[in-house]
Design a protein around this ligand. Sequence first.
Ligand SMILES: Nc1ncnc2c1ncn2[C@@H]1O[C@H](COP(=O)(O)OP(=O)(O)OP(=O)(O)O)[C@@H](O)[C@H]1O
Length: 358
Amino acid sequence: MTTMTDHEPQGTSVPATDAALAVHNLWKIFGKGGDKILGTPDAELPRPELKEKTGCVVGVKDVSFEVAQGEVFVVMGLSGSGKSTLVRCLTRLIEPTAGEVIVDGEDVTKANESRLRELRRNHASMVFQHFGLLPHRQVIDNVGYGLEIRGVPKKERRAKAAEVVDLVGLSGYEFSYPDQLSGGMQQRVGLARALAGDPKLLLFDEPFSALDPLIRRDMQNEVIRLHHELRKTMVFITHDLAEALKLGDRILIMRDGEVVQVGTPDQIIGAPADEYVRDFTSEVPRSHVLTLKWVMHEPNGDAGDGPVLQADQIVKDAARVVLDHHGPCRVMDGDKLVGVVDDEDILRVVVAEEEAPA
Ligand SMILES: Nc1ncnc2c1ncn2[C@@H]1O[C@H](COP(=O)(O)OP(=O)(O)OP(=O)(O)O)[C@@H](O)[C@H]1O
């Protein structure tokens, strides 16, 4: 029996008009004379060879992607893959060697110093792993710091700061100092500080990596909640695949500075671009990520009048209905029949999980 995964499109780009962020052919080559390497065969050398030959390191190599308004876009890769360099190039905390970064229609790489400061304050706020809170300021004034720099009057910035402090669940701690707060709470202050300026784009550079697993989970849920509430466009950097799958509408996987794959979580798990992606996604429970469109089969005249399920339902969530119904269930995309799914389709996914390497 053939499944219907072969025709699955990869979600690599969004219509240009919808893009909150568009990155085109971005390069960062660290080291003296890095810009001279661009466009030469040396740029294609593996990292160790290039380093040996020129002393330069390619941090980001010809990366292009687009992020839609309101999307949570995760950049995922192992240590050294170039994630931090990439996210820092977006606001030129690291100066790119070449390429375009378009935020809300404006090319950040062309901005002068004062415009760049404005873009960082008003358009793209960053949440870092190390919170960078000012130790002698209370929570409320840490959160309002960016507004203060912008010249917002005290009363107004305190009101705005109080609003976002409440939003991130820190009401009651407005007048605490950072060292009186746990790591998770400090990261909430970092989040509130990023939100205070009402930026269009929120950039997260491994914000939860230093937190305990349980607090980390809480913070991930907090990001999901805030996203539902505010619908801000987010770019989230992580080396943790589970975090990427939990948060990302789409995930970009990097290796050695390059893009290996861009796709929705189910595309990454269902159709890994190469052995590298297949390898590190191999332990993910597929039924928790794949949707029915990955496991259904062609109707072949057996659509019947069984229960109706939607193609974008996660297999795990649909499994009970399918297993309880003796016979095929119809899979719809809206009101169009696109396939059928039966016990065997569901069990094949679950058995594959059982057989995955431990
Ligand atoms: N200032 C620098 N000078 C030279 N090489 C650098 C510099 N910063 C980063 N690199 C190199 O660029 C590559 C990408 O590094 P980057 O920190 O972006 O990776 P990463 O995926 O964020 O890793 P990690 O999760 O460990 O932070 C690495 O080989 C790194 O050694």
